[in-house]
Design a protein around this ligand. Structure first.
Ligand code: GLP
Length: 242
């Protein structure tokens, strides 16, 4: 595990973008796993800047997002489809057919989960998986549980997660109760994982995730077993590491 701490948000975003852009420069047909939430917004801005400077093309890249809410219309401003369009996809040359996000409005959600796993499988392996961290240790929407699920599945969102995401909605009642998420098995199969965590409010959970016991109560703690994990932290998030 390689942990790097930054004293400014700008430097952290630049470093994360460099890793992602560097991956595409090395392997133009790279398969990327992408994340949503507040954390990657600045990283996507940097990537768009690199694209506009002609440093990278996404023509041959394939992307798989980690998750999507269930029963939130795709064009709702807080759907992860809208988020990805607004923050990344509408600014770069990634062909639509090469972007994948689970469909939380599918008539048969179980079938949609299987279809998503098959699409990931068909693309080969995810070369680089970008991850944020939930306050309860979730990755994607893999919430703390007595057992974790390998592949894409339907998940009941934890109250803590709904509270954390209420800031994006008018009220907590509007936050969906379920989501589809890539499973931890798929996440851990990625060749390289880039975990990015910002803010003092994540200092306790990042310590538990990286330096605590490996437990399904803290899904991110499973990342300790990954052979190629890069962790980028701001100094506030790194504040409680031993
Ligand atoms: C969200 C997403 C995760 C994200 C996490 C943290 O709900 N499903 O993929 O990493 O929670 O989000 P944030 O970066 O806004 O703290």
């Amino acid at each position: 595990m390689n942990i790097i701490t930054f004293d400014s948000d700008a430097k952290l975003n630049e470093a994360a973008a460099n890793i992602i852009v560097g991956q595409i420069q090395t392997i133009p047909r790279a398969v990327l796993g992408l994340a949503t939430g507040g954390t990657p917004v600045g990283i996507y801005k940097e990537i768009v800047r690199d694209y506009e400077r002609g440093m990278v093309s996404f023509r041959n890249v394939t992307t798989f997002n980690l998750d999507e809410y269930v029963n939130l219309p795709i064009d709702h401003p807080e759907s992860y489809h809208s988020y990805m369009n607004a923050n990344l996809f509408s600014h770069i040359d990634l062909p639509e057919s090469q972007r994948h996000i689970p469909d939380g409005n599918a008539a048969d959600l179980e079938a949609e989960c299987r279809r998503y796993d098959e699409a990931i499988e068909l693309s080969g392996q995810i070369d680089l998986q970008l991850l944020g961290l939930g306050h309860n240790g979730h990755i994607g929407f893999n919430e703390p549980a007595h057992a974790l699920i390998k592949g894409t599945h339907i998940v009941e969102l934890a109250e803590k997660t709904r509270e954390a995401n209420a800031r994006f909605f008018d009220s907590i009642d509007d936050v969906p109760k379920q989501a589809l998420t890539m499973g931890v098995g798929t996440i851990l199969k990625a060749k390289k994982i880039l975990l990015v965590v910002k803010g003092a409010d994540k200092a306790d959970i990042i310590r538990e995730a990286l330096q605590g016991p490996i437990t399904t109560d803290v899904p991110a703690s499973l990342l300790q077993t990954h052979p190629n994990l890069i962790v980028l932290l701001d100094s506030a998030a790194a504040g409680k590491l031993a």
